[in-house]
Ligand binder design. Structure first.
Ligand SMILES: [Zn+2]
Length: 297
């Protein structure tokens, strides 16, 4: 439970894990944290919709167990660097803090040489996190902590099975199509749309988990700003105030236009919600749900 004596005692630890040496602050742990206390309502709704598809969970789990999970894992361990207390110790510290705060067993984490800033969590029985080198280059330590918290949040919220599928759905539908003379591909199209919608909703829950880890809105905002258009070379010229103004403007886009945009963008497999939407959703939650979950001093 939150705010118990035990969690208060634990919360007295000083965080030196994630700062860039700029500031020191205390991170609080939250004891036995129940994911339903911070799951975004859209995630809950979209997950219910997927769960209503008879047998879907079993089929997806089987696809993963019969090889895909192993393939992803082998590919990952064979070509990427594993984060340990000695290899990228700052990243490792952020991982241990995120698992401590979110009350999740520690997964393996890897760094992949890749020019696209990105992070993902794969697997079903044994989830693992991968961060790309470009992501590490563009983000500060605090922002990386936010991103690692987001990925650990996916594990906490039980997103990993559907998430792995959503990220690889094109290959899976093609595979099913071949295996079932085209019927799989036809069924698959509905599943693609369902999974993509679910994925965008799941992102919002994981953003909340990430905020519970960093316990500060600033790195969250900066992460969204950089995900939208981060550049290392012009980093000093990025303006947070301008970004927040843009988030404000985005709020004036009405829901139906947004839905239409997502449907069109589906054709290019957009899995993530718009950065502005994520920023707005998290700002709203910071004022309400987040404050309720944090132990009071
Ligand atoms: Zn995510």
């Amino acid at each position: 439970m939150i705010g118990t004596m035990a969690s208060r005692k634990m919360s007295a630890m000083t965080d030196e894990a994630t700062g860039d040496g700029k500031r020191k602050r205390k991170l609080r742990t939250l004891g036995k944290l129940d994911v339903e206390t911070f799951r975004h309502p859209s995630d809950a709704k979209a997950t219910d919709a997927l769960k209503k598809i008879p047998g879907l969970d079993k089929v997806l789990a089987k696809i993963l167990e019969y090889g895909l999970e192993r393939l992803y894992y082998v590919d990952n361990t064979a070509s990427n660097l594993r984060v340990t207390p000695k290899m990228f110790p700052r990243l490792y510290k952020s991982l241990t803090w995120a698992t401590k705060i979110l009350d999740v067993p520690e997964p393996e984490m890897y760094v992949k040489l890749d020019p696209v800033p990105n992070a993902w969590t794969y697997g079903h029985t044994k989830p693992f996190i991968t961060l790309t080198s470009a992501l590490i280059d563009v983000m500060s330590d605090e922002e990386l902590f936010f991103i690692i918290g987001h990925e650990v949040g996916h594990i906490k919220a039980g997103h990993v099975l559907y998430g792995t599928m959503a990220r690889n759905i094109a290959a899976i539908v093609a595979m099913l199509g071949q295996a079932t003379l085209g019927i799989g591909a036809w069924v698959g199209q509905g599943l693609v749309i369902g999974l993509m919608e679910w994925y965008r909703c799941a992102e919002l829950t994981s953003d909340r988990a990430a905020l519970l880890c960093v316990q500060d809105l600033e790195p969250a905002r900066d992460t969204f700003m950089k995900l939208a258009g981060g550049t290392t070379r012009l980093a000093a010229e990025m303006d947070r105030g301008e970004f927040l103004r843009q988030v404000q403007e985005y709020q004036e886009v009405d829901r139906s236009t947004l839905d239409k945009a997502y449907k069109v963008l589906l054709t290019i497999e957009r899995t993530h919600p718009f950065a502005m939407q994520r920023a707005k959703e998290l700002e709203l939650w910071f004022e309400s749900g987040y404050q309720d979950l944090m132990p009071r001093d």
